[in-house]
Each structure stands twice: as structure tokens, then as C-alpha cells.
Write a protein of this length. Structure first.
Lengths: 344, 344
DNA sequence: GAGAACTGAGAAAACGCTTTCTCGCATGGC
DNA sequence: GCCATGCGAGAAAGCGTTTTCTCAGTTCTC
């Protein structure tokens, strides 16, 4: 019969009593400390097994000063991109015995810093995805969040790795692809106004426009979800563009759905591109041309960077930059009125 | 200048020294205990603010015996269904000040019970999604996991709410819909062999077959992802069925994609149905007819049930059963060779 | 004006563990 | 046979909180 401590749960004290040793010895055995007599160790292990004793992690955390848990702050768990980051992070961390605590800010960016601080205090480190947070706010909280890894943001603070996707180069590649297909009138269906990754795309497009003065690029307001794309049909048609760069795959899918409802053919009438290469992108009809980002791998890398920080290792690669790979599928095709050589 | 305790972080002791009071008083103030003189309370608050003191959650957890965290065990974070449950759970829990810790078993069901026990000890309660775990194993670990809420599983143990989707009824509704459209040869593209929810579907189809002896239902082996559906094209065509019930939306989308590649028209040649109504289901081409499950709401309900358990409230609704709603979209249509009245 | 009742804050115990410190005991050397 | 050495395990001190216990100082009552 398992005797229980006052709390109702079996603790180290119960095992100690049953094995006829002190708490300290039980702790030593449980932690594989070999300065314990093998006979006694065996007795302790037997007692522990019989009582099904499992050390209380909270007690351990307090004593050891670590929780074996990391936190991730995401603006929206419904977004496939963050789901993928979470997945990669979770898997990689699990392999090293770490769990992940999620903090979803539900796009309420005013809550983000509080949430981040909160999460950080419960964990050994933090991965922060906060695309809408202002630079000022970011700089202010970053120092108190160490060990910290940033996703798609950079900071002046030292010792904070940033994993950033080169969206600027990505949109340029996509725009280039459309131009190669003969499109001369493009439109960019932008993302959320104050999003860091949207800014990167805008910068990329500026560079593209500078390099291609003959191409007309219309900027359209947008957002980051299906509905944004779906509702943008009128604006897209009004722009007269034949090649559309949607902020991301979700927006592109919404747009294609809306165009389809209007009886327009993609890519016959209009070419549509996305960004991210979420798992569903290859299964849309037509399959979506997009800028593929190895996003799950990014989550995995986030863990590796964070791990190095937690272990206070020399970090030779403080952050890294991911180049999107142009993934040409069926949603892009020759412009209706080609003005130069067109393949296919 | 903020003085720091040995640990390097600001603790209650630092605030106590700065305010010239004892730790106890600081704690009382921080917890809104009104037996403290207003002047002293103000002094403490000022000191806390100046030092930017935030109580250490681990210390609090140990003292209070609660972590304000719940855990969720999922077999695969890549699956939209579990993502949605997680989302609903996370949001609902957040509203009550709880965070969620995720434990992804990566479909390794042998790890599931260890993972669950591990997660449970770090949290105040657990939501368990373990479709592949055997009944025996489930019954064995359930008692040690309380407070616990099960998703799509039931247990004989008392006090464990189960949130289960009535997949059995769902497939019958879908099958009925296909028969109404004139289909007489159906095929079920099954899910993972030992999945609880697959068993429920199979039972539902048995009932359906008993009620519709004139309808031919072929059972095909399958899985739960895109590729399963994509690879099943040959088997589906070989079956001669014109109405296909895929295990879930993912499989249905894979199948539609495969059929499309073969030049077949959905629903012209073959009608395809899914299950779950994941967010993408309405954006496929054609939009997918499916059994809609309010899955995010299910995650939310999971929290409410768990909360009741944690608070030891009387739980008048120990679990609940969700009826899928038949969502007819464009992927189903009249059978090619109608044998009875067909609408449209 | 003295004892009772009360108020409010400090001391100390508790939460469950790890780890340092300490010390008894056995062994080895001379 | 005695002291130095070392090994192994218990005692105790943290880790950072909350909360009970205790008690000094004040107010109230008769």
C-alpha cells in the first residue's frame, strides 16, 4: 500500500521512508549519482518503482533553476506559417528533452510584450514571432527576454539570433518569373500594414521596380488571410494587372477562389502567385506558384540557436537568412498579350 | 540601481530590502492582501515597480501547488484537426489565465503514455488526444492523469469527460447524401487501421449497409493524409464506385488531386466527400462536400470541462457528443447513371 | 487605568527537490 | 595499534514563493 505525503501525491520523502534512507540518497539515486552503494541504490529504485514515484518537476525546476521548457510567442495559431514553425520547433526541442509552451497573442500586438515576458519567466528561453510589434517596443523588451531567438525580426541588442526569411529577394524572384512570362502589369496584394515581413516585401518590390522601369507594379491594400484575397478580386481586376503577387499563399488561394467565381481562368486570364509554400499550396487548382520557405526547418533551427544560448555555447552562427526558392506550378502562365519571348 | 540577489534575477527579497519590509509583506502586497497598511503597500509597490520585480512563477507554483498551465497531447501537430483543437483550447484557456504546454507524440503511440504522464506532472490538467492508443493502455494510465479530458475516446474510469465527435452518424449522413444523389456504388477510403475515430466510421458504415442493402459499399485501405488520397486513385477507380467517402478532408483533397491528374471530373465522373471541414475544405476546386465538425469549439469545450475539473466544480455535463453537420459543396453531384430521382 | 480584543507585520514553516557540508566508519600505511 | 585518508550517507541549506504562527503595539471597554 502506497503511503502518501500530506499533499496526496507521492514524494521523495515517501520513497526515502520506504527504502529506509534519507531524501538526499533518493535524490542521488534518481539522478544517477554513482557515489551511492549499489545495494542501497537498488533498494531505492525498488521502492521508487513500487510507489511509482516520479519526481515533481516544479520542485526540480526550483532547485535546478531550469524548467526544460521553452516558450514560443505567435501572433496567430490559425496561420499555417506559425503552425509550421511551432511544429519544427516542438519536434527539435523534444529530441533534446525540452517541451514547448505556446503563447498566442491573437494578433493583439499590445499584449505581445506582456505575454512574452510572462512566457519567458516560465521557461528557459523564448522564440518570438511578433511581426506587428514596433521596433521601439521590441528593443525595449528584448534585453529582458534573453535567451531569445527572433523570427523575421532583427534587433540591435547583442546575443540575440534572428532567423529571417529574405522576403525581399523572394518577391523579386517571383516578379521576375512573371515578367519572364511576358507580364508587364503586376499587382502586389499587400499584407497587414505594419507587418515586418510585409515591409521586407515592399522593399524588394521597390528594388524590382528600379531595375524594371518598364514594368508597372500596382500596390493594393490587403491582409494575410483567405478572405483578404477573396475580397480583393474587384481591386485586382480594376488594376488591370495580369500577374498578381499575393502577400502569401492564403491570400492567393482566396484570390483564386474569387477569380474562379467570376468565371476567370487562372492562369489563362490572370497569373497568381503566393508566398510560403504552405502544405496546401501544391493541392490547389491550379497548383500555386509560390516562394517556398523551408519553414518547418526554420522552427528546427530556432531550437538549435536557442539551445546554444541556453547552454551558453559559442554561437558561431548568430542567426541566419533563408532564401525562398521559386516554386513554379500551374497558377502562372504566359501573359495574355505577350510582348516578348514566351516559353511554352 | 537595481541590486540583485545571488541568482542574478530580482527576487522578492530585493524588493523587501528596498522597501524596508519583510518578504512576507511584499508577498501580501503583490497578492492584493488588504491586511497591509496602505502606506507600506504603496512603498512596496513603488519598490517593486522601480526594480521591475515580477514574481518567479516556479516559486509560486511550488508554494501554491498549481502551475496555471495545462497540457495537450496530440499525435501529430501537422494535422489540421489537432491544430484546430489546440487553437480552441489555447484561446479558451488564455481567457482564464492558463497557458498550454504541447506534447507532440509524432504518431509514436508507444511514447504516448510516457509523454502524457510527463506533461501531466508539469501541469494542472491534461487534454489527451490519443487515437491510436490501445484501450488497455488508456485504461491503465487514465487514473494517474486526472484532471483529464479525453478527445474522441471514452473510458470506464469515472470523472473523466470525453468529447467525442459522432463520426458514425457523420458517415451515415454523408453516405445518405450520396445515395440521394443517385449513387449506388460507394467506397470508403479508410483511415489508419487502429484509429479510434476510424473504428467509429466503420461502425457507422455497417449500420448504413444494414439499412441500405441495395447500396454497394467497398472498403479500401488508407491513411490520414494527402498522400494517402493521392495514392488511392487506382484502388478507387478499380472499385467502380462513383461516390467516395474519404477518411477526412486531407485524404479527399489528395484523391481529388489524383483524379484531376487522370483527367477525371469531380463531381462529373466521381463524387468525393471528406470529413472535418478543415478551413481549406471550402477553397478546394471543387469545394469539398464534407462532414463539418466544430473542431475549434471542441477545443474550447475541452478547456471548459477541464476547468470544471480543476476547480472541482460539480460537472453536470461530463463530456459531450458532437454531431457533424453535412456540408454540401461542389465535390458531390448526381451519379453518372442515376437510378432514381435526382435533384438538379 | 487595567485587561481584553484587535490590527498589522515579522519570523518561520512549508512546498519538493538538489547539493553542499559534515561526519561516522572502515580501510590503509607505518 | 594509531593516525591519516577516503568513501558513503545523513543533515541541512538553499531555490523563491505563500501562508500560518506569533507577538508587539494600539484601541476599546468597563
Amino acid at each position: 500500500m502506497a503511503r502518501k505525503s500530506a499533499s496526496g501525491r507521492i514524494g521523495i520523502a515517501d520513497v526515502a521512508v520506504k527504502a529506509g534512507v534519507s531524501h538526499a540518497t533518493v535524490s542521488r539515486v534518481m539522478n544517477g549519482n554513482f557515489t551511492v552503494d549499489p545495494d542501497i541504490a537498488a533498494r531505492v529504485r525498488a521502492a521508487a518503482a513500487e510507489l511509482k514515484y516520479q519526481p515533481n518537476p516544479v520542485g526540480r525546476s526550483l532547485a535546478l533553476g531550469k524548467t526544460d521548457t521553452i516558450g514560443i510567442v505567435v501572433p496567430d495559431l490559425a496561420n499555417p506559417t506559425f503552425q509550421a514553425i511551432l511544429r519544427g520547433l516542438s519536434r527539435a526541442a523534444a529530441q533534446d528533452g525540452y517541451r514547448v509552451l505556446i503563447a498566442d497573442s491573437f494578433e493583439v500586438s499590445s499584449e505581445e510584450s506582456i505575454l512574452a515576458a510572462e512566457a519567458r519567466r516560465r521557461c528557459d528561453g523564448l522564440v518570438l514571432c511578433a511581426p506587428r510589434m514596433t521596433d521601439a517596443e521590441l528593443e525595449e523588451i528584448v534585453p529582458s527576454l534573453h535567451p531569445l531567438v527572433l523570427i523575421n525580426r532583427t534587433t540591435a541588442a547583442p546575443g540575440v539570433p534572428s532567423l529571417v526569411v529574405d522576403y525581399g529577394q523572394g518577391v523579386q524572384d517571383i516578379a521576375g518569373h512573371l515578367v519572364d512570362l511576358g507580364h508587364t502589369r503586376l499587382a502586389f496584394l499587400a499584407g497587414p500594414p505594419h507587418s515586418a515581413s510585409n515591409d521586407m516585401r515592399l522593399k524588394g518590390l521597390e528594388a524590382f521596380k528600379a531595375a524594371h522601369p518598364d514594368v508597372d507594379v500596382t500596390m493594393l491594400e490587403g491582409g494575410s488571410d483567405f478572405d483578404t484575397g477573396h475580397e480583393a478580386v474587384d481591386a485586382v481586376l480594376a488594376s488591370g494587372a495580369t500577374g498578381i503577387l499575393a502577400f502569401n499563399d492564403l491570400v492567393a488561394m482566396g484570390l483564386m477562389s474569387g477569380l474562379h467565381e467570376r468565371g476567370l481562368d487562372v492562369p489563362g486570364d490572370i497569373s497568381v502567385t503566393g508566398f510560403d509554400d504552405i502544405p496546401f499550396a501544391r493541392y490547389t487548382t491550379p497548383a500555386l506558384t509560390t516562394g517556398a520557405v523551408p519553414i518547418t526547418e526554420l522552427g528546427e533551427q530556432a531550437w538549435h540557436q536557442l539551445r546554444a544560448l541556453i547552454r551558453k555555447e559559442e554561437n558561431d552562427a548568430p542567426g541566419s537568412r533563408y532564401q525562398p526558392r521559386l516554386e513554379v506550378r500551374a497558377s502562372t502562365g504566359p501573359a495574355k498579350a505577350p510582348r516578348s519571348t514566351v516559353h511554352g
